[in-house]
Design a protein around this ligand. Structure first.
Ligand SMILES: C[S@@+](CC[C@H](N)C(=O)[O-])C[C@H]1O[C@@H](n2cnc3c(N)ncnc32)[C@H](O)[C@@H]1O
Length: 460
């Protein structure tokens, strides 16, 4: 029986009873934990044999290798629509190969985003370690990987909702023009809701509620729901969107209910540790990872801070109210001052020099973005390797992109970086179907090439 369903309905319906109904209807199977045990040792051996025989990347389809069905609502993966999520089949596969990890091992994702790898690590009984430069990503990943009982969430929701008072507001930070994205009524309700969340919850419950609040913000704004970055709707589309907008409180209660049900599918007592930058080196006392699985950012292909800006504005996550300060920590960012890229530079990746020069002759900003990306990935690689134990494996999921009409083989350059620092390549796979969320396409001469390279390295 669903935990929520036991107390229904001798007293007047509260908001959390409504949530309970919602959850019971939508997810009758919610309390059933992931009973299926996965093991991909035989598949891995087959792939290794083909790779050893040919020395060439082996084509795979992770959707058939790990048959889950598309868009499956597994554990907390669908908690929030943070962009460019990794296909969960990929970490699920590697974590469940005994060659790469065993129960209680540490699995680390240095670019953990909203926590796909961390969730799968915990589901397989491993310990989860992450890093992300975006504070919103850290909040979401923390909420998705910290177990809280459904009862506690339900009680907290009742308290939060019964204390919403429009005269008590959390101010929106000046980093974002609030009026451009929210109607006055919606902004008032959001400000009051957030005030109540912050006044009546703390610790893990506060993180959970704030992550749910963030999951609602985009839907309640007047930005185009089909795009990851905020773009204001216009004309008929705007009118239709406003007409169909749910009330702030109802929408929040619904999201909390659905996410509470998802969290109930995570192992009891689970938690994770998430650092703030992939470039932080290992220091004495830090645990080392037995397995690293990560999908790093691309050069200029996804605007993580801009995509998160509405939530960052509400949650006050921009230092000195400036998004730019946060952006500076982001590898792959694309905002630079002209003075930054007027100086000549030699690439840290020798094999990239030729294409960088070609790009530079067309657009020196674009070549600076790509050059800085490789420099910062090189720095991150040192730190990532320092966190991997001897003989441990690193699984890198990376695609290629186009810059100014030139093929920019990010996967090859990043592979060169890790090989140059002593890691050996033990397996290379290619999945022809792009598995990450939509990348923002700049124009006809930019974008991503629709295949993922999965490269496995070992630290010897
Ligand atoms: C492709 S996404 C990872 C998505 C993640 N695998 C998931 O499924 O949600 C790349 C992530 O790298 C993060 N990032 C960019 N620069 C970083 C840095 N210096 N340290 C750590 N994370 C960084 C971005 O904020 C973004 O969340």
């Amino acid at each position: 029986m669903n935990e929520f369903s036991c107390s229904l309905h001798a007293r007047p319906l509260t908001q959390s009873d409504r949530v309970a109904d919602e959850v019971a209807k939508a997810t009758a199977h919610v309390r059933i934990r992931d009973l299926h045990t996965w093991n991909f040792d035989a598949d891995l051996r087959n792939l290794e044999e083909v790779y050893e025989a040919s020395g060439l990347p082996v084509t795979v389809n992770f959707r058939t290798l790990v048959p889950l069905g598309s868009g499956v609502d597994r554990a907390t993966h669908l908690f929030h629509s943070y962009p460019a999520k990794l296909l969960l089949n990929i970490p699920l596969f590697f974590i469940n190969c005994t060659k790469y990890s065993s129960p209680n091992d540490v699995v680390y994702d240095p670019f953990s985003g909203s926590g796909t790898v961390l969730v799968e690590a915990l589901m397989a009984g491993r310990r989860a370690l992450g890093a992300d430069a975006n504070p919103l990503a850290r909040l979401i990943a923390t909420a998705k990987t910290t177990h809280i009982s459904s009862d506690l969430i339900s009680t907290a929701l009742d308290t939060v909702l019964s204390n919403v008072d429009h005269n008590r507001q959390v101010p929106f930070t000046t980093a974002i023009k609030k009026d451009m994205w929210f109607s006055e009524e919606v902004a008032l309700s959001l400000g009051a809701l957030l005030y109540s969340i912050r006044s009546h919850t703390n610790g893990a419950v506060l993180a959970f509620m704030e992550a749910c609040f963030s999951a609602c913000v985009k839907r309640l704004s007047v930005s185009d729901p089909r795009l990851s970055v905020p773009v204001r709707l216009k004309g008929d589309a705007l009118e239709k969107h406003v007409l169909n907008s749910p009330s702030v409180i109802d929408h929040f209660a619904k999201v909390v209910g659905a996410n509470s049900a998802r969290l109930a599918k995570m192992p009891e007592g689970c938690r994770s540790v998430i650092y703030t930058d992939a470039r932080q080196r290992h220091s004495d006392g830090d645990v080392q990872a037995d397995l690293i699985i990560t999908s790093p950012p691309y050069a200029g292909a996804q605007k993580y801070i801009r995509a998160s800006s509405l939530s960052i504005g509400w949650l006050g996550m921009a230092p000195s109210d400036r998004l730019r300060e946060l952006e500076k920590l982001n590898i792959g960012r694309e905002h630079f001052y002209k003075s930054d890229y007027s100086v000549e530079s030699v690439s840290v990746v020798p094999s990239a020099q030729e294409v960088l020069s070609k790009i530079k002759s067309m657009n020196s900003l674009r070549s600076h973005i790509a050059d800085t990306y490789l420099r910062e990935m090189d720095d991150a690689a040192e730190a990532i390797i320092s966190r991997l134990r001897q003989n441990g494996h690193l699984v890198l999921v990376v695609g290629d992109n186009m810059i100014c009409g030139h093929n920019f083989p990010t996967s090859q350059f990043v592979k060169d970086i890790f090989n140059s620092k002593g890691l050996t390549t033990s397996l290379e796979l290619v999945d022809d179907i792009r598995s990450r969320g939509l990348m923002t396409k700049r124009n006809k001469t930019a974008g991503t090439i629709e295949r993922e390279h999965v490269i496995v390295f070992q630290k010897r």
